[in-house]
Design a binder for this molecule. Structure first.
Ligand SMILES: [Zn+2]
Length: 441
């Protein structure tokens, strides 16, 4: 089958065939798929066949896990093409430098995941996988199906081949480079009049400001936040300005993990990827996902621990989907704050969400914020305020709320310093409102 055929087949399957009313039935289907996938793939990967040597695939849920580090250390043996890490990095970096966005090695596209320097991941996808993936994404995201006329505006860091797969007579795609300031795109957007807008929340926020200032006039059917964590503070503002629910696609280079249903609830894409939960906090439902992508073969992702914190949704979603509903994507485990304990020499973990909540509760005059923990004893606060408000008293109130939070958690209260407004974020950099900027020994 050619790639367009694959895309359409995949679209039809995800749109019409893979519908499960009952969680048990679904899990049986998924487990069969995964076992079939593993039995086929493991013998073909030198890494996995030795990693799982002597283990029973029937008990796949108990197989040892990997993470980005392990994957990168064994990159050459793990992928099925025998592609070497150095070679792939070289091609990916060159493409990024020249902004000729087509890092490709034969039929395989090379993706680079963001990460701190030295911690970047490499991801390989062949054209067939790309077609299947595009079909699945379209099935889950398009509000009126593949045969409706749509104009999609897509803001991306790089126009990777991954995204160019999707083209048809009815659906137009326009790519906007987020390395350019948003101002440059406003006029273009006004004339293009996208029906679907997909962008990182930091860009959506800037576009929302343009609507508020009366410069941007677009009326989209669907607004989708991609690539960064959608913070409640941004969600509120984007929603107000675009006058609609903000949808989300939770897509990492590691895989297409979750999408929102029509109610705006994020559901895990368990018909593509199995997501097992490693709980960090059972009571609140916070977990790290361990993913097994049973559709991806060039670089098999099996029992791979993602460095993200997700929170389960407690009540069922009215849409009736049997796929796990997520309350929020909280960010990366790297961004958990560590404060000294009052009673021993241990550190106490503070989830990013706790910080977020205190900021939101303090005042609705805080329009944007960034909270950085720069050492175990110092937290820096950056705040942008609405007009005509008493900034000093809001800063004082926030510090007092955080102090109460830290005290209640038995922490030594760190030194909290107000640093002024957020400096204009360098373009193309991912926005993280709560960040830990040091490594714990
Ligand atoms: Zn739902």
């Amino acid at each position: 089958m050619d790639n367009l055929g694959l895309l359409l087949t995949s679209y039809m399957k995800y749109k019409y065939l893979y519908h499960f009313k009952n969680r048990d039935r679904f899990e049986q289907w998924q487990s069969r798929r995964i076992k079939r996938f593993l039995k086929n793939i493991i013998p073909k990967s030198r890494f996995y066949s030795s990693f799982y040597k002597g283990l029973n695939i029937e008990d796949w849920q108990q197989l040892p896990t990997i993470n980005k580090q392990i994957m990168m250390d064994h990159f050459d043996q793990l992928n099925l093409y025998g592609i070497k890490k150095e070679e792939a990095f070289k091609i990916a970096f060159e493409a990024e430098k020249s902004r000729d966005f087509s890092p490709q090695l034969g039929d395989v596209t090379i993706g680079l995941s963001s990460g701190t320097s030295g911690n970047r991941g490499l991801f390989l996808v062949n054209s067939k996988e790309r077609a299947v993936w595009a079909g699945a994404i379209l099935a889950k995201v398009l509000p009126d199906g593949l045969f409706a006329q749509e104009r999609v505006a897509f803001f991306l860091r790089a126009n990777s081949n991954l995204y160019e797969t999707v083209h048809s007579k009815r659906i137009q795609f326009k790519f906007y480079d987020i390395l350019y300031p948003v101002e440059k795109h406003v006029e273009e957007l006004n004339s293009y009049q996208p029906t679907i807008l997909a962008a990182p929340p930091s860009i959506l926020t800037k576009l929302a400001h343009k609507i508020q200032q009366g410069q941007l006039f677009i009326h989209c059917k669907k607004v989708i936040s991609v690539a960064e964590v959608l913070e409640p503070i941004d969600e509120r503002f984007i929603q107000e300005q675009f006058k609609q629910t903000v949808h989300q696609v939770y897509q990492a280079t590691e895989g297409f993990l979750a999408t929102t249903c029509k109610y705006g609830t994020l559901h895990l894409n368990e018909d593509i990827i199995s997501i097992q939960k490693e709980y960090i906090d059972m009571e609140s439902g916070r977990f790290m996902p361990i993913i097994t992508d049973f559709t991806r073969t060039s670089q098999p992702i099996i029992r791979y621990r993602l460095n993200d914190i997700l929170t389960e949704r407690k009540d069922p979603c009215p849409c009736g989907s049997c796929f796990t509903a997520i309350h929020s994507i909280e960010g990366r485990t790297d961004d958990i704050f560590y404060l000294r304990s009052k009673t021993d020499d241990q550190f106490i973990e503070i989830f990013p969400d706790f910080i977020r909540r205190e900021v939101m509760m303090t005042s609705n005059q805080i329009k944007e914020y960034q909270v950085d923990q720069t050492s175990p004893d110092v937290i820096e606060l950056y705040l942008n305020f609405g007009d005509h408000c008493k900034n000093e008293s809001i800063v004082a109130a926030l510090i007092s709320n955080l102090t109460r939070l830290f005290t209640s958690m038995n922490c030594i209260v760190p030194n909290m310093v107000f640093m002024g407004e957020i400096s204009e974020q360098s373009s193309g950099k991912k926005l993280r409102r709560v960040q830990r900027k040091f490594l714990l020994e």
